[in-house]
Design a protein around this ligand. Structure first.
Ligand code: NAD
Length: 492
């Protein structure tokens, strides 16, 4: 059993660990995470501020070269990184490799920083006057991340923040922090100077110090909605710019004209992949018209073929949940759904796979809003089916939901699909695509309680979030062109 270190100046910094990290497939404690005191956090931030003074002035070619090398190193180390993720998160190795690939997209996008940081220039806006714009780094960014994507979400933030000349302090989830340690070492190997990227382990108390500390300029947060709301309020009250992405309840609408085999496959993949512990997981299937009677048997027959098991067993379709407490909480929703009179078509809470935190797939039909099975983000392998009469009922249901992260429609009618993309109050929409996570050249963000702040994550909005704009107005007058004139300058 080991202590999971901080990484400062690319070197492991050991400290006594107190928070247990589990292998969710076995239930064993495999390590402990230290929780730093305030003086330690102060020192880390002071080091980051020193590094920011030089890194913010590094050349674009220096940063590009480091990012290209980092991309190469992450590709080379994919299997090692995937194993670290699976050992602490529990997801399958294939899923972990997929997460790495989606995170890597952001490094590749950031490699184009010469294009991304181009300013604009307007000659002769008035006689002899030119204007140009530029964007400068914000300074020191604190990146605070959730357990469910221990490498992808840190890369969402870090790639663009570093590319734009910021220094990053990453506070990873205390549940699966080891992969961040390796990423920090790979960054050092890629040539990132000391102090530019730090992994600061810790818990909520560590986050709260970062939120209020005057040495931090910007906060990028991804996690659950109550914490995202708290993070956004606290950081902005302390005068920082902040983006805080929260939880989700993602609906997949299935229209009567949809190919129901395609829709059933999609519901299985998006509902139970990674044991449902994805912020873009489908948790509600909205069956329109008579679809429910035809679709539920198709989902059920596929469900019965799923294999639940350790993430490092290639036969497993999905692995365990993150902790025993979370598994029990998820199981509680299924028991409550039964008490609420809903049809529990499949109850995976009875699966017995030893001491690991496993739960089999659960399917609950005829769920209604106003009950925990519908209202809460369950974050487990539990799919709810809500039956509605019409397309308009489906849209009304989605728009009344406080979350607005992702949604999808399954139909063969382009006109319905087009209306759907305009009608729903949700940030990311799939048309016959159940998990519409945007590619890295677009930005990721939900609406309503799924995002606090206006800036979406990564892509163009990420570049804007990590930079401040300057506009320079220039004139080189000859002495003969100079005169006293106290009027407000105009371009006429
Ligand atoms: P979490 O909110 O419990 O933790 C996220 C981070 O916040 C961790 O680093 C944790 O140490 C810290 N934290 C926890 N409680 C805190 C508190 N009271 N004060 C300050 N900091 C605190 O989330 P989680 O359980 O690790 O992750 C799962 C959640 O994240 C789900 O709700 C999921 O939907 C959401 N998520 C959202 C997105 C998105 O893009 N919208 C992506 C991934 C995950």
């Amino acid at each position: 059993m080991s202590t999971i270190p901080h990484v400062i100046n690319g070197e492991r910094h050991e400290a006594p660990g107190t928070l247990p990290v589990f292998n969710p497939a076995t239930g064993e404690i495999t390590g402990h995470v230290p929780v730093p005191d305030a003086a330690f956090v102060d020192d880390v931030i002071a080091g980051a501020r020193r590094a920011a003074a030089t890194w913010s002035r590094s050349t674009l070619s220096e940063r590009t070269n480091i990012l290209f090398t980092l991309r190469h190193l992450i590709v080379e180390h994919t299997d090692e990184l995937a194993r670290l993720i699976t050992a602490e998160h529990g997801k399958t190795l294939a899923d972990a490799r997929g997460e790495i690939a989606r995170g890597l997209e952001n490094v590749e996008y950031a490699c184009g920083l010469n294009e991304l940081l181009k300013g604009s220039f307007s000659p002769q806006v008035a006689t002899g006057v030119d204007v140009h714009s530029l964007r400068e780094p914000v300074g020191v960014v604190a990146a605070i991340t959730p357990f469910n994507f221990p490498i992808m979400v840190p890369l969402w933030m870090t790639a663009n923040a570093l590319a734009t000349g910021n220094v990053v302090i990453l506070k990873p989830s205390e549940r699966d922090p080891s992969v961040s340690v390796r990423v920090a070492e790979l960054m050092k190997e890629a040539g990132l100077p000391d102090g530019v990227f730090t992994v600061l382990q810790g818990d909520a108390s560590t986050v709260n110090q970062l939120l209020e500390h005057p040495g931090i300029d910007a906060i990028s947060f991804v996690g659950s909605t109550p914490v995202a709301r708290h993070v956004y309020r606290t950081a902005t009250t302390a005068g920082k710019r902040a983006q805080a992405l929260g939880g989700a309840k993602n609906h997949m609408v299935v229209m009567p004209d949809a190919d129901l085999d395609v829709a059933a496959d999609a519901a299985i993949n998006a509902g139970y992949g990674s044991a449902g512990e994805r912020c873009m997981a489908i948790s509600v299937v909205v069956a329109v018209g008579d679809v429910g009677d035809r679709l539920v048997p198709k989902i059920t027959e596929r469900l019965d073929r799923l294999v639940v098991g350790p993430g490092d067993d290639p036969r497993s379709d999905f692995g365990p949940l993150i902790t025993a407490a979370h598994r029990d909480r998820v199981a509680g929703y299924v028991a409550r759904a039964s008490e609420d009179g809903f049809t529990v078509v499949r109850d995976g809470t009875t699966v017995d796979l030893g001491p690991g935190f496993f739960l089999g797939p659960c399917l609950i039909d005829r769920v209604r809003p106003g009950t925990p099975a519908y209202d809460d983000e369950i974050f487990g392998p539990v799919l709810a089916v809500v039956r509605v009469e019409t397309y308009a009922d489906a849209v009304a249901l989605i728009n009344a939901n406080p979350y607005g992260n992702g949604t999808a429609i399954f139909t063969r009618d382009g006109n319905t699909a087009r209306h759907f993309t305009r009608d729903v109050t949700v940030g990311m929409i799939g048309v016959n695509v159940p998990i519409p996570v945007p590619v890295a050249s677009y930005s990721f963000g939900g609406w309503k309680d799924s995002l606090f702040g206006h800036a979406h994550m990564y892509g163009p909005e990420g570049i804007a979030f990590y930079t401040r704009a300057k506009v320079v107005t220039t004139r080189w007058p000859q002495p003969s062109e100079s005169q006293i004139d106290l009027g407000f300058p105009t371009t006429r």
